[in-house]
Each structure stands twice: as C-alpha cells, then as structure tokens.
Design a protein around this ligand. Structure first.
Ligand code: MSP
Length: 673
C-alpha cells in the first residue's frame, strides 16, 4: 500500500464553478479513484481561494463585506463537486483560521531564514491573474494583460520581497534530477526556459488593500494572494491531521500530485518549490508532480467569461448524468493538451462508445443468458481458441489501461478499457451465441456467455474511476456488488476469472439508451449556448462604447433607450458604474473637444480617461469633482499613446453638458447600484 494525495487548484470565488474548473476537479477525482481502487490510501483536496484585490473589489461592487461575499461564493463550489461525483476529503478555504495560522508559520520560517526583505516596488499588475507583468508581456495598445485582455494597473508601494532569484540554480537542478516534477514534457521545457532566463525577486506583500492574511509583525501588509493560496496544499492536509503521512519525505511512500491548468503552472512549478526550499524543506519534501492540463474550448470557441457561464457543468451533468459528462471530458481531451468540448460530439460519442459498444454488448449478453434454460448465470468450461485469444487481448488491454491510469494518461486509459469492450463485441460476432443457445446442449453457449459476463465485469471495474455510478449499475446488472475500494487490496482486476454458474441474474434494463436524430436535435437546441447568450459585448454595450468618440460627449438628442426588449438585472449589473475623483485634467493638444482626465477610482493606480468635455468645461473646473464612470468599458485608443480606460457620464449638448456627479462624502471607487 502506498499513499497518494491529489489536489486541484483552489478556485477563485469571483466566478461560478464552470467547465474549466470542473475539468480540473474531475481529472483529480478520477486519479484519486484509480489509486483507491488499487488499494492505496488516498486523499483528495480541493477548495477556494478567497483573498486578494480581485475578490475585495468584487465584494465592494456587490455592496457586501468580503467575508459575507466569500462565504456565499465558496459554498457554491463546495456544493458543486459532489454533483459531478467528485468527492474531496477536505475542502480548504483560505479564510479558514487554521489555514491562516499555517501560512503565517511558513512566512515566519522563510523570514527567519533570511529570504524575505523589505523594499519598494513599481510595476504593472494584472488583477485578473493576481500577478505582476513585465513590460514585454503586455499587449499594445492599451497595456493589456495577454490573458485577460484588460489594462494592467501601475502599482507602486512598499512591499516584502521574496528572494526568488536565489533559488534559480536549485530549481534547475530539481527539474533535471526529477523529470516527472513537471508534466507533461512540453510544459516542463517551457518552465526550464523561463527559469533559465533569470528569476527576479518576487513582491509578496501589498499595502494598498486589506483583504488578505496580515504579515506577521507588520500588519500594514497583507500577503501576496499566491503565497497564501499555494500553501493550501499543506494546510489542507494539516487540517485533517494527515500532513505528516501524506506529504512526501525521504523513505516515506507518499505521492502528492497537483493537477493545475497550464495558465497557473509557473506559480506551482517555480514559486511553490522555491517557497518550500526557503521554508527549509528539502528536495525530498516537495510535491511529486505538478501536472498541467490544457485549456478547453467549447464547440470550437474560446471560453471567455460569458461563454463559460453559459456552459454550466451542473446543467450538463443533470441532463446527461455526471458519468457521461465525466466520460466525455476525460475521453475526448488528451490529458495535458488543449481540447474542445463539443456538445454534438458528446452525444455522438455517447451513442457510439456507451450505447453501441458497451451498452449493446451488455444487452446482447444478458438477453441471450435469459434464453438459456433456467436463465441462470452460465457455467464456464472447456475454452476454445476463440476464448483464449479474447482473454489474452482483454487482459493485455486492461493491464495497459491500468498502467496508463497510474501514469496519468487519463484519456489513453479509457481508450484501452473500451478496446476490451470492442474485442468482446468482435468475439460475439465470431462465436455466434444466438445460434448456440438454440442447440440442445447449451454447454458451448454457456461458455461463450460466461466469457462475456466476465469481460463485462472487468470493464465495469476498470471504468469506475471515470464513471462510478454507471460502473455500479453495470455490476448490478451482472448480479454483483458495487466497487468498494479497500486500503491494501488491489480491486483493479485485470485477470480473467469467470464466476461459478448457477446463480440468479437480475432483469436486464438498458444502461445507455441511445439518442435518435430528433432527440439529439432537441438536446442540442436546449444545451448549446445561443450566440446572443455568449456574445462578449452586447449591442447595447457597443453603443455605450461608442459614446465617448473623439468628438466626445453623449448626444443630447440620442433616441431613448427604452425601446426594444427590456434588459434583465444581470444585463444591467454587467456595467460597472463607479464614482471617480478627478485628480488632474488637461486639454488634449489639437483636439478641441477632448480633455484628458486622471481619475481616482480607489484602485492601486489612478486611471486615464479621455472625454469630450472641453467645449463646456475648463480643465481646472473639473479637478476635485466626483464624477460617475463606466469602469469596465474596453480601453479605447485615441492614437499618439492616448488610451482611455473608461467613460465619464454626462448629458446635454457638447457646449452645455451636465455631469453626473456624487457628493463629496462618497469614497472614490464606490459602486452605483
Ligand atoms: N485561484 C487560482 C489557483 C490557486 S491554486 C493554489 C486560480 N483559480 S481559477 O479559479 O481562476 O482557475 C482554476 C483552474 O481552472 C485552473 O487550473 C485553470 O487552468 C482552470 N481553467 C479555467 N479556465 C479553463 C479552461 N477554459 N479550460 C480548462 N481549464 C481552465 O487560478
């Protein structure tokens, strides 16, 4: 028996559980099930990442305290995973007192070892990634984060630095000596190149907001959210009292695998081991493997936020059953590569692999067993070459499937399992049991059907990690109890050993009824998000985006917007209206109507907004005013390096504008609801 712990990333609570993070969770759950099935002692850890600027801002926007906001959002993740048959042993929250205490201890250890020092930092920060970006990484125009396509912010503040640069050589030696520390190989190479380019010391505390774990001994600082978050992998095990048994150590038979998306590999493969080294852990006391899976698209489209929210994994699981969703995700995406989740392909694959291949094999077998005299479990005797050949093929496929599961080749493992089922279907065609059951002596028919029942049993067990409920249901149809993993016992059988005949079998019921053309069409209509439901920018928003054109202010005679279909509250809530304090303002050279405003929105750095206000206001008249700003408008490039990051609201003709303003006691950054 070995110990095997698997983790998912802890999810940011500013989003709902979506297909992307459902994928990380399902992969991790399947891996844990494989190890449980082979008799390992297992632990599955997941949770939520609840601190940081992104979360603090979202709570403020919703008019909630950060704690109330994260409590409610975290609960939706906790409730989601069991609905996908993913059953963690612990759900860690970074706001748990035990987690906070654990992180502080790690901080103190690193500080005592001299790897934290105070300084001042100035750089670009992406709140979406919760990470600093180098100038080189930004997309122009507009200084956009390459991942989130949103403008980064200029951050300048006092900070604690972590001596990441000190660990460069030690990290490279680690990757060299432990080729499996980062998987898959292509990703490992990327990380090695990144580290070889040189590591800069890392800013690991912030002073401009409060929602984080205070730095021990200097409470004006909160810890960098990734420092806090990565430590969950240890604090989560510690909370359950299993850190000292599951965390790797020399001569301890324990494996820890972090399943992460490729976007967050660097944090796990560079920062995390460096933090652990600095806290005094040795090469033997690191996670075993960081496995980076790829990114999913949906029906060929990139999963932006609105598409992500339109494809609800819980709705898919409800419609198709969690097993079928798990099967599709794990089987159709090559683990470690990018992949596509295609609704139509899911139904096609369901019909082919589950309905026609495995489902038919089961129905044919059980149907023929019922035609034997007495309809009891058939007896296996006197195998011919047909059986010997099939058994050899099935065993070979299943041995390979088991090895693939252990080696984290999830899609390959499933493919090999289904190969066994395909072989059995070919065997049915060759052995023709429908002829044999009609013969007076049914000995041969019994052998063929007993062979098939045994192959079905082996397949049912081998598919348990991906489809636990259907596996149980399939075993029940074979008159067998469900899979029940036991520590120290390998239940992942790959050896053909037919049961004794004579016992009763239950009435067969179809396990994977197929969808015909009309049903498929209806399902697709129901499930595939309509283009208007996923458009990143709605027509109404486009209009708004056009309002602050070079000629500036909104048109007084613009048609009233009340026409057409009313928008929902959710539509309205997408517009981020905030109060901004104008701290500086100047004319834009050669543009009569434009002013360039510097506006404080309560963010780490003020924003630049270009507005067509110059025919009504002098720059001085605006400084000190609290105006209403559309804060989440896509940046607009006015050329010559002038990029506007928002829009100021006003009414009236260009020469006689009235600004939407707020009283002096409203804090910059306050949301309008
Ligand atoms: N909070 C951090 C992780 C901290 S772990 C110490 C975080 N959270 S997240 O909620 O933004 O993302 C979690 C996971 O979802 C990541 O593994 C990410 O790769 C995955 N996915 C998000 N969108 C995805 C796809 N479109 N496809 C596949 N997975 C993707 O990052």
């Amino acid at each position: 028996m070995s110990r095997f712990a698997v983790t998912t990333p802890i999810y940011y609570v500013n989003d709902v559980p979506h297909l992307g993070n459902a994928y990380s969770t399902i992969c991790a759950d399947a891996m844990r099930r494989v190890h449980a099935l082979i008799g390992d002692e297992t632990f599955f850890l997941t949770g939520t990442d609840e601190h940081g600027l992104k979360i603090e801002r979202q709570a403020t926007e919703k008019g909630m305290s950060p704690q109330a906001f994260v409590d409610q959002a975290s609960a939706s993740f906790r409730a989601a995973w069991p609905k996908l048959l993913a059953t963690p042993d612990h759900f860690v929250r970074t706001t748990d007192e035990a987690h906070k205490a654990f992180v502080k201890e790690i901080w103190k250890k690193i500080e005592a070892n001299g790897d934290l020092y105070e300084g001042e930092y100035e750089d670009w920060y992406c709140v979406g990634c919760e990470s600093f970006k180098t100038e080189k990484e930004l997309e122009q125009p507009g200084n956009l984060c390459p991942l989130h396509k949103k403008p980064v912010e200029r951050v300048k503040e006092k900070t604690y630095f972590f001596r990441l640069s000190k660990f460069e050589q030690r990290l490279l030696a680690l990757y060299e000596s432990r080729p499996d520390f980062i998987r898959p190989k292509e990703r490992r190479n990327e990380v090695i190149s990144f580290v070889k380019e040189g590591l800069r010391d890392l800013s690991v505390s912030r002073t401009s907001f409060k929602w984080g774990i205070p730095v021990p001994g200097n409470e004006g600082h909160v810890m960098y959210v990734w420092f806090d978050a990565l430590t969950n992998y240890m604090s989560g095990l510690d909370a359950k009292g299993v850190l000292s048994t599951f965390w790797p150590k020399k001569d301890r038979d324990a494996t820890v695998v972090h399943v992460v998306g490729k976007d967050i590999l660097r944090f796990h493969a560079v920062y995390w081991p460096a933090f652990l080294f600095a806290a005094g852990y040795s090469e033997d006391e690191l996670p075993t493997t960081v496995f980076a899976h790829g990114f999913l698209t949906v029906d060929g489209q990139k999963m932006g936020k609105s598409l992500r929210n339109a494809v609800d994994p819980l709705k898919l699981a409800e419609k198709f059953s969690p097993d079928v969703l798990r099967y599709q995700l794990l089987r159709s995406v090559s683990f470690g590569q990018d992949g596509d989740f295609d609704h139509a392909a899911m139904i096609e694959r369901y019909n082919a692999d589950l309905g026609k291949n495995l489902g038919n094999l089961l129905q044919r077998t059980l149907g023929l067993v019922k035609r034997l005299p007495g309809g009891k479990r058939p007896m296996y005797s006197d195998p011919t070459e047909l059986e010997t050949e099939l058994v050899k093929d099935v065993e070979t496929s299943l041995v390979a499937a088991k090895a693939a599961w252990k080696n984290m080749e999830l899609n390959r493992a499933i493919e090999l399992t289904w190969e066994a089922s395909s072989r059995a279907n070919q065997y049915v065609d060759r052995a023709a049991p429908w002829v044999l059951v009609k013969q007076p002596d049914t000995k041969r028919a019994e052998t063929v059907l007993a062979t098939l029942l045994e192959v079905l049993r082996l397949v049912a067990v081998a598919m348990w990690p991906v489809m636990p409920q259907r596996s149980d249901a399939l075993l029940a149809q074979l008159g067998l109890p469900p899979v029940k993993p036991e520590i120290g016992k390998d239940h992942f059988s790959t050896t053909f050993s037919p049961l004794l005949g004579g016992s009763d079998l239950p009435e067969p019921t179809p396990l994977f009824p197929t969808y015909d053309k009309d049903q498929t069409k209806a399902l697709l209509e129901e499930l595939v998000p309509k283009p208007e439901a996923v458009a990143e920018t709605k027509p109404a928003e486009n209009k708004a985006a056009e309002a602050p054109k070079a000629d500036g202010a909104p048109k007084a005679d613009a048609a009233p917007k009340a026409e057409g279909a009313p928008i929902t509250y959710d539509d309205f809530a997408k517009v981020d209206l905030r109060v901004g304090l104008v701290t500086a303002c100047e004319k834009v050279p050669k543009k009569d109507k434009l002013l360039c405003l510097t506006i404080d929105l309560g963010e780490a750095a003020p924003r630049t907004i270009i507005a067509g206000l110059a025919l009504t206001f002098t720059p001085e008249a605006l400084v000190g005013k609290r105006v209403v700003v559309v804060a989440n408008l896509a940046p607009r490039d006015f050329g010559k390096g002038l990029v506007s990051h928002g829009m100021v609201l006003a009414t009236g003709p260009s020469e006689k504008l009235f600004l939407a303003t707020a009283p002096d006691d409203v804090a910059p950054g306050s949301a309008l609801k």
